[in-house]
Design a binder for this molecule. Structure first.
Ligand code: ZN
Ligand code: ZN
Length: 153
């Protein structure tokens, strides 16, 4: 499978491509960081190996912060319109978490789980058949397996 997914920022300066077959998982996160970053109720994280992400136009600016776990996280965004394209780990950096709403075709997005449900807005209804975690899962094994079972049976 050689499908490429394309996406970009709001002003059009930044464009990227993703090797769809390499995607590890797709989840929604209701933590306060994601609520603030998305300026909305939750964030959508498409997790993939760094090598599966290619910036094909424009450039990104970044800033760093410490997560609740104490790891150095980095947000990468379009310097013109400010749209966040992906987050990554500033130190190790073998993976990226693409902000899935920046894809050109968001109809393909179907999250397998929800993280930080204890912070979810009370009017958000969570599908009980999905993987639901009150905070972060101990490991990503279950959310990765669920996504890969669905997309590569
Ligand atoms: Zn832009
Ligand atoms: Zn979050």
């Amino acid at each position: 499978m050689s499908d490429m997914w394309s996406g970009g920022c709001q002003c059009g300066a930044v464009r990227y491509e993703i090797a769809a077959a390499e995607v590890l998982t797709l989840v929604c996160c209701h933590c306060r960081e994601c609520q603030r970053q998305s300026a909305s109720a939750f964030g959508m994280s498409l997790i993939l190996p760094r090598a599966a992400f290619a910036l094909v136009q424009g450039h990104l600016q970044s800033f760093q912060w410490r997560s609740e776990r104490g790891t150095a996280r980095r947000g990468n965004f379009c310097p013109t319109c400010g749209v966040r394209i992906y987050n990554d780990d500033a130190e190790a950096g073998s993976w990226v978490s693409v902000k899935a709403g920046t894809l050109d075709d968001t109809s393909i997005l179907d999250p397998v789980g929800h993280l930080w449900t204890k912070r979810a807005q009370p009017w958000v209804s969570l599908p009980e058949e999905l993987l639901l975690y009150p905070a972060e899962p101990e490991t990503d094994d279950a959310i990765n397996a669920a996504y890969q079972k669905r997309t590569r049976p």
